[in-house]
Design a binder for this molecule. Structure first.
Ligand SMILES: *Cc1c(COP(=O)(O)O)cnc(C)c1O
Length: 393
């Protein structure tokens, strides 16, 4: 292995991306400054229309973050203290955190180890064995809460197995909120886009997402006119008309500056996605060529027709040592996520123990995210794979 002291590969290089769009972004920001219209307004409306179209949904409602998209979607579905929501523990904290913030009970079901996404078989088993029908409601026996919704996450850029999950939801009269924070533009095997399949889709424009703002931002999508209207009203403190409140909402507004930046970036999104997909292919080829197939496993694309690779996550033997080794070689990596939600301290009151979601726990111990950002160069990918080879040899 040739020593290569100059090579560094960050996990994400937003400066490289900004380099390519500096002029149009600055112009868009300047226009907002000249208009002095900073909250909501025409940029937000245009972004809502474009994201709705991009996500094949009738409605787009711009909100303050991906977390608030989840929160306001659950609020619009009237999820509260008597209710439970079935979700995955192998996700970013906001997925379970928003359920708990509404006083509702998150019920964690295990993931499919082949996709890292909520396993429909685990959800089925929970519904059949741990829940009962009381009147018209599906009651979770242990907690006594009414199961109102499923909250699958399209983790890393690949959709969850939505056909199977939607079938469970239909059979048991559950609503479905898609956490699509990492999956803008990704497609399920039948071609439907993330965010257009359940009742509400929730997107994040956090800077590290594939479509990242210059700060926080998010979006709800929906094909349900009534639900979309509730979300729109809840976003503005529940006032409609202004200052007349039949609902208690919050300030979940999106800023005009963020919308203006996102409108520019959206024009490049498909190009960036194609680069991420090409990078994933290069990794696959380099990993095979290096004979690493037994040591590390590249991410499968089973339920995704269009995987957008927000992250490129591999399973690796001796993961923590590998991470240290790569860090010493100037390669940025991250563990998404080291502690599954059912084992987080703040959820101890739910009574979960180690072993309750074994695949999520195993993934938390084995996975590591490698750099996959669009501007990544072939020689950097080769360098990463060379270093992984060096570690295992
Ligand atoms: C990023 C993310 C969120 C939260 O989005 P923010 O914009 O950071 O609030 C929610 N769920 C998942 C899966 C995410 O990756």
């Amino acid at each position: 292995m040739a020593a290569n002291k100059d090579m560094t590969v960050p996990l994400l290089d937003l400066k490289a991306q900004y380099e390519s769009i500096r002029e149009p972004v600055r112009k868009a920001i300047d226009e907002v400054c000249e208009s002095q219209w900073f909250v909501m307004g025409p940029n937000v409306t245009e972004l809502e229309e474009r994201i709705a179209a991009y996500s094949e949904s009738a409605h787009g409602i711009g909100v303050s973050s991906g977390t608030d998209a989840l929160l306001v979607a659950l609020m619009a579905l009237e999820i509260g203290p008597d209710d439970a929501v079935i979700t995955t523990p192998y996700t970013f904290f906001a997925t379970g955190g928003t359920v708990a913030r509404l006083g509702a009970t998150p019920i964690y079901c295990d993931i499919d180890p082949g996709t890292f996404n909520l396993d429909p078989a685990a959800v089925s088993s929970l519904v059949e064995n741990d829940c009962e029908r009381v009147g018209g409601a599906l009651v979770h026996k242990a907690s006594g809460k009414v199961v109102k919704a499923l909250l699958p996450v399209h983790l890393y850029g690949q959709t969850a197995d939505m056909a199977a999950l939607m079938k469970i939801a239909e059979d048991h009269d559950l609503r479905v909120v898609e956490d699509a924070a990492q999956s803008i533009g990704s497609e399920y095997i039948d071609g439907r886009r993330a965010g257009s399949i359940g009742d509400v889709g929730c997107f994040s424009f956090f800077p590290s997402k594939n479509l990242g703002a210059f700060g926080d931002g998010g979006m709800c999508t929906s094909n349900d006119d009534e639900l979309a209207e509730r979300i729109r009203v809840l976003r503005l403190h529940g006032g409609k008309p202004k200052y007349y409140h039949s609902l208690v909402g919050g300030n979940f507004r999106l800023d005009a500056l963020q919308a203006a930046v996102l409108l520019v970036k959206l024009q490049y999104l498909d190009e960036w996605t194609a680069s991420r997909q090409a990078n994933a292919k290069s990794y696959d080829a380099a990993i095979s060529a290096a004979g690493l197939d037994g040591k590390i496993t590249a991410p499968p694309t089973r339920t995704g027709k269009r995987h957008i690779y927000n992250q490129f996550v591999i399973r690796a033997e001796r993961r923590d040592e590998l991470r240290q080794f790569l860090g010493d070689a100037g390669i940025g990596t991250e563990i998404y996520y080291p502690v599954p939600l059912h084992l987080q301290k703040c959820f101890a009151y739910l009574g979960y123990a180690e072993g309750d979601c074994p695949e999520s726990e195993r993934a938390a111990g084995e996975t590591i995210a490698l750099p996959i950002y669009p501007e990544l160069m072939e020689k950097q990918i080769q360098y990463v794979v060379d270093k992984i080879s060096a570690f295992y040899s």
